[in-house]
Design a binder for this molecule. Structure first.
Ligand code: SAH
Length: 233
């Protein structure tokens, strides 16, 4: 079966499983998922499964990307913050639906690869940063939508603070290893409203930067990047 035929099969499967937002489906249809994986996985690019992207991280399953994107209810004028760029696939899906995506990734190597893909696909409304996404992106706040693509025990407080009033945030909530519950938070005058969407399995949200990189940054003079919280891997 050709990649094109597999892609059609995938889209049909997503529809059947409850993805009804045509904007989300058409974004997924337009994006070549095979560009987001390494050569040995190209054949599996349109299977409904998560795929490895190196450094122990994964490109999320299409079903989960679709569900999260649909639940985020992104509007054309929205400013979206994503934590965990990874391969950049979810970032590109979002970039087709909103005004601008700000995306933070703690692994510089993964971020470089993702940025190369954004250029190749000519996505010009994506701004990235290498750092600890748990602290958010204060200079650009507030955000209309926030999506966290790694698991956390609770919604990180700085992200809640950077969410606009009536804004929506999606986070896989639960233990770092094992099942989590994909949860949608809506910021209201009365506080955070919470809605459980589906059980999922994500890699953990890890504070700080990977060890080697923190040492490098501490030795340089880049005051924009957090340096204290390292060595959590
Ligand atoms: N949406 C991505 C999912 C990647 S997996 C994709 O579909 O490709 C989750 C990503 O979150 C990993 O790349 C991991 O390095 C990153 N991550 C984990 N903790 C983080 C943190 N505190 N700040 C930023 N990125 C983080």
């Amino acid at each position: 079966m050709t990649l094109a035929a597999r892609k059609i099969r995938l889209i049909m499967g997503l529809r059947q499983s409850g993805i009804t937002d045509t904007k989300v489906l058409s974004a997924i249809e337009r994006i070549p998922r095979e560009l987001f994986v390494s050569e040995p996985f190209v054949d599996q690019a349109y299977e409904d499964r998560a795929l490895p992207i190196g450094l122990g991280q994964t490109l999320s399953q299409p079903q989960v990307v679709a569900l999260m994107t649909q639940a985020l209810a992104v509007r054309p004028r929205d400013k979206v913050l994503e934590i965990g760029t990874g391969s950049g696939y979810q970032t590109v899906v979002l970039s087709r639906l909103c005004r601008r995506v700000y995306s933070i990734e703690r692994h510089r190597e993964l971020l470089r690869e993702a940025e190369r893909r954004f250029l190749e696909l000519r996505r010009h409304n994506i701004t990235t940063r290498c750092g600890d996404g748990i602290v958010g992106w204060k200079e650009q706040a507030p955000f209309d939508r926030i999506i966290v693509t790694a698991a956390s025990e609770a919604p990180p407080a700085p992200l809640v603070a950077q969410l606009a009033m009536s804004g929506i945030m999606i986070v896989p909530i639960g233990p770092q290893r094992g099942d989590q519950m994909l949860t949608r938070f809506t910021r209201t005058e009365g506080g955070l409203e919470e809605e459980r969407l589906a059980p999922v399995r994500f890699v953990p949200l890890i504070p700080g930067l990977p060890q080697a990189m923190s040492t490098m940054i501490a030795a340089s003079d880049d005051s924009d990047v957090p340096r204290e919280r390292s060595g959590h891997e």
